[in-house]
Every structure is written in C-alpha cells, then in structure tokens.
Design a protein around this ligand. Structure first.
Ligand code: BTN
Length: 259
C-alpha cells in the first residue's frame, strides 16, 4: 500500500555525507553526470556554502540542515524560477507542522520566525541552448541553538532557539520533502503558483508593510501587496501605481529592520 504521506520521488535517494563543499555544487555535478530527478544531497557541514547574490552561507554548525534537491521539471526555464517559491512554501508548511512555530515568508524565499531568518533557499538552473536541463533547489535551515555573528545577530535565529526543544534534522528534512513533492506536483499541473498563493500571502511577513526595493537600476519604496500567480511581489507606490517586482538580483527590505 502506498502511504500518501511518504514522498515517492523527492528524496527516494538521499546522499548524506559529513562534509561537502556545497550541496548545490554536489547536486550540479550529479546533474551534469545524469543523476535522476528527486535525488537529495545532504551535508552535515559545507566548506563553501553559497547564499544568494554571490554571498557565502556559513555552514560549519553540524546541528543545522543543509540540503539540495535535483529536479528535472518538464517546464520552460522561465517557469522553473517559481520552484524557489514552491520550496519556500514547502519549508514553511513543514516548519509550522513539525515545530508548531508560526513560520512566515519574507519574499521571495527567506523563512522567518519571530521576525528573524531561520532558512534561506538558493536555486540554480542549467540550460542547454534554451532548454531546461535541470534545476537545483538548495535549502539551509538554522536548526540548532547557536550564537550568531554580531552582524547578523538581530536578523537570524534558529528553530531550537525559538521552540526550546531538540529538533530531529532527518525528520524535518523528510517533512520538507513530503510537502515539496505535493506542492511540486500541483505546480506542474497548474504551471503557476495559483494553488499556494493564498496561503503564501497569508504567511508573507512583508504583507501590507512599507518596503524598500533595491534593484540593480535603482531603489524605490512602497507597500507590499502579496504575490502574483507567477511569484512576483506587488508593491503599491505612493502615486497609486503597482509595481511588479521580479526575484533575482532584487532585494526587498523592511524600512525598520530585516522584515
Ligand atoms: C540565502 O542567501 O538566503 C540562500 C542560502 C542558501 C543556503 C543553502 S545551504 C544548502 C545549499 N547549498 C549551498 O551552498 N547553499 C544552499
């Protein structure tokens, strides 16, 4: 009998190592070598963990969760970028269920608890000509209670720090993969985010807040009004105009701190 709560392909194979340079890099090497859809790369420690916009992701604590899933979605590359939001949604559902914490989302894909970041997601894709070859979605969750470096102390927190109990990393990983698989199947069906938009917007920490949008071409301010069915953030500017903000090289900040 098939257990509907068990993922069928997401993490059917989990390659777990004490150390990797970066689980995203490991997944991309495997992707180039023909590894199958759904394989998961999980490291206790990363020596060169990567964050968004060329930043590094501190990954030396063994009680955090660092993993990447390799995906071969049968969709055009412009649609595959929505998978980052699908993963953000899946992590949020899993964290809420697994810990009881009221996890929220900072658009496009940071997960926050009590206004501080507990998870970041980095997606990358490989195109052959214009065809999508594969995509990797890498997830870093601050699980263990820890001291954060001074420059991020007011922006970062951990699950154990927030809920005060020990978290089973593998259980959390499997919960995320189960929710991701279900959401991914819905995404393939609709080829957009209509199925998760309402919940995503409910959990959006930026919702109805004043934000500053930092784009490579310049900055502007407005009030966040939720995401579209294709994952752009709607920002209402002073003149009543609504801008669509595309993820990528953009950063959205609260005016009075991280959120
Ligand atoms: C961010 O900047 O918020 C994204 C951070 C993503 C970190 C994860 S940890 C697992 C995977 N491997 C990496 O090198 N990065 C991602």
């Amino acid at each position: 009998m098939v257990n509907k709560d068990m993922p069928l392909w997401a993490g059917k194979t989990i390659l777990h190592e004490k150390q990797m340079d970066s689980t995203n890099e490991e997944a991309k090497r495997a992707g180039n070598a023909g590894a199958e859809h759904g394989v998961v790369f999980w490291a206790d420690v990363q020596t060169s963990g990567k964050g968004r916009r060329g930043r590094s992701w501190y990954s030396h604590e063994t009680d955090n969760l660092y993993f990447t899933i390799l995906l071969r979605p049968p969709v055009a590359s412009d649609k595959a970028s929505m998978l980052t939001l699908v993963m953000a949604y899946a992590v949020t559902v899993a964290v809420r269920e697994f810990t009881g914490l009221e996890a929220q989302i900072k658009w496009p894909n940071d997960i926050v608890v009590a206004g501080k970041k507990i998870c970041g997601i980095l997606s990358e894709m490989k195109l052959t000509d214009t065809r999508l070859d594969y995509c990797v979605a890498g997830v870093g969750v601050n699980v263990g209670k820890q001291e954060f470096a001074e420059d991020i102390r007011d922006k970062a927190t951990s699950l154990e720090g927030q809920c005060g109990i020990k978290i089973d990393r593998e259980g959390l990983l499997r919960a995320i993969l189960g929710h991701f698989e279900r959401a991914y199947e819905e995404f393939l069906h609709y080829e957009d985010l209509s199925f998760l938009r309402e919940e995503y917007n409910e959990w959006l920490v930026n919702q109805n807040r004043q934000v500053r949008v930092l784009e490579p071409q310049g900055e502007y301010e407005g009030v966040a009004k939720g995401i579209t069915t294709t994952g752009e953030l709607l920002v209402e500017c002073g003149d009543g105009q609504v801008q669509k903000v595309y993820a990528g090289e953009v950063s959205v900040r609260g005016l009075y701190g991280y959120v």
